[in-house]
Design a protein around this ligand. Structure first.
Ligand SMILES: Cc1cc2nc3c(=O)[nH]c(=O)nc-3n(C[C@H](O)[C@H](O)[C@H](O)COP(=O)(O)OP(=O)(O)OC[C@H]3O[C@@H](n4cnc5c(N)ncnc54)[C@H](O)[C@@H]3O)c2cc1C
Length: 500
């Protein structure tokens, strides 16, 4: 059966009991399914996915130029070599994920068009009851599971975040959010303004600059970018030496991670030097006369927000060629023909694209309850950013900001499989994280420290997220380099895990 046939076959069989239910068939959910089949053989599981196919982020986003902003050696799984250029298009990522599904016969485990609406834990039965709505028929279906593996990502897929600006309704052209890119959007020879300067804007602008009349990137404040060739030298060398792809993948991953760790440490220890490195790479494309201080020099220390990689400097090449430009200003209001800025300048536009980010949705918009009581995740404390105090048999996948998300998908999966096997060995049906006596006076803090990392969607939604403590066990420390050694060493007999 090919993937599409498997999708149809799977859709026919809808309910039942499973050892594990996985929410979401993005890179996290597919990774979780793979690891369950390899590390917990014989475990029954189902993946419930709202959309019509797998891919998550890479299926939802269909704007021109959509691509990764980190390399696919580390955004790809550790178990399947990535063999192309490191920065990949959404289509290439979907194709890679499709191969993982096909090669490992994961298709029959996935139920598409199943939007999970509620998850209720019963301590009497030691079970989750998970209800989903079939988006094709509207039918409500019910599953029970011993364990719930949340791979639902971190933002709402159905709509992006668009701030309210004054007089938006007066604009006569089209306003588009990249998360809902219309198939019929014709930007040929049109004046386009893209609001925002994150990875989405930086990807979209070079992709549409050639065909539009002009693209203006309108930003309130600048963003850091990294740039360079879309190639990894060590991978090229090893390939030329005809080294096996499995080795190339592993060695290249190690090299990238080593370099990334060195750079991240530099941003903390020598922020000015790190900043200089980033800005001189931009200057190399734009030349000494370009106003880099205004348009590409953020006020914050590098890495407080994600740094997108610009392959071959394509954004800067568009600017240099005059097809794109950057305006750093604030919006006073929309007008019939564009945008009036606080400086008094106006930007004429036929199309305005709001690359203004996401709506945080930390729990997939699922109503959770435990023994009949609604569960408020913000009142829980996180165990290493994957489990929560008082919430039994549930793991949540939240990746890294400064490294590829998928590195953590593999690490969390190893932990979950070890935990499930351990529970089987000791005959436990329930595991609930709990603060230990020595943790009771621990300060409880917001999920992330805004001094450390502070993108808008996190700041807008922080009050909804679980709390963290000040010990490594009770926080998501965003440090792959530490977690790669710490996770395999987690003592499952620690009193932070209460088994029944
Ligand atoms: C445009 C863009 C580019 C990015 N580039 C990178 C990058 O280069 N490197 C990087 O590390 N990160 C990147 N990210 C972050 C990226 O989202 C994650 O790295 C990764 O794709 C998340 O995978 P996921 O499977 O956890 O979540 P998602 O990709 O968000 O997938 C979650 C899936 O769960 C489903 N789902 C949600 N709620 C429910 C529910 N209630 N019931 C059933 N199904 C549900 C959704 O439909 C979706 O398919 C990017 C993000 C965006 C938006």
């Amino acid at each position: 059966m090919n993937v599409q046939q498997e999708i149809r076959a799977a859709a026919a069989d809808s309910t039942g009991h499973f050892d594990v239910v996985i929410a979401g068939a993005g890179i996290s959910g597919v990774g979780a399914a793979y690891h369950l089949t390899k590390q917990c053989t014989g475990t029954s599981f189902v993946v419930l996915e709202t959309q019509k196919s797998f891919g998550g982020t890479w299926l939802t986003h269909r704007y021109p130029g959509i691509r990764s902003d980190s390399d696919l050696h580390t955004f790809g799984y550790r178990f399947k070599p990535w063999t192309s250029a490191p920065i990949a298009t959404a289509a290439e990522i979907l194709s890679y994920m499709g191969e993982v599904i096909e090669e490992n016969a994961l298709g029959p485990h996935i139920r598409y068009q199943h939007k999970i609406s509620s998850a209720r834990w019963s301590s009497e039965e030691n079970l989750w009851t998970i209800e989903a709505i079939r988006t094709d028929t509207g039918e409500a279906v019910r599953f029970t599971a011993n364990f719930f593996w949340m791979c639902q990502g971190y933002y709402r897929h159905s709509e992006g975040y668009t701030p309210e600006w004054k007089a938006m309704e007066t604009f006569k052209g089209r306003i588009v959010h990249p998360q809902q890119w219309p198939d019929d959007l014709d930007y040929k020879n049109k004046k386009v303004v893209v609001i925002g300067s994150g990875a989405t804007a930086a990807t979209l602008i070079p992709a549409i600059a050639r065909d539009s009349a002009h693209v203006t990137m309108l930003q309130r404040s600048p963003t850091y970018f990294r740039t360079g060739r879309n190639a990894i030298e060590i991978a090229e060398t090893l390939r030329a030496l005809q080294v096996d792809e499995t080795w190339i993948h592993e060695i290249t991953r190690r090299k990238i991670l080593f370099d990334q760790d060195a750079f991240t440490r530099k941003t903390f220890e020598e922020p000015e030097a790190a900043k200089k490195d980033l800005l001189s790479a931009v200057e190399a494309y734009l030349g000494p006369d370009y106003d880099i201080a205004t348009h590409f020099t953020p006020k914050y220390r590098p890495w407080r927000q994600r740094i997108a990689f610009i392959p071959d400097g394509d954004l800067f090449q568009g600017i240099k060629a005059g097809k794109a430009s950057v305006v750093t200003d604030e919006i006073e209001r929309f007008t019939e023909t564009g945008i009036l800025l606080k400086s008094g300048k106006t930007l004429e536009a036929d199309i305005i694209i709001t690359a203004t980010g996401f709506n945080l949705s930390a729990n997939g918009d699922i109503d959770f309850s435990i023994d009949g009581k609604p569960l408020d995740f913000s009142q829980t404390v996180t165990y290493r950013g994957m489990m929560f105090t008082g919430v039994p048999n549930l793991v949540w996948v939240f990746g890294y900001f400064r490294a590829s998300w998928t590195l953590r998908v593999d690490l969390v999966a190893d932990f979950v499989c070890r935990l499930l096997n351990h529970m089987k060995d000791i005959g436990a049906r329930k595991v609930t994280p709990a603060l230990r006596p020595e943790d009771h006076n621990m300060p409880l803090l917001p999920w992330i420290d805004p001094e450390n990392f502070n993108p808008g969607y996190m700041m807008r939604g922080m009050h909804l997220l679980p709390k963290r403590g000040d010990k490594p066990e009770w926080q998501h420390n965003q440090d792959y380099w530490a977690e790669k050694d710490e996770f395999p060493a987690i003592d499952l007999g620690d009193h932070a895990f209460v088994y029944e």
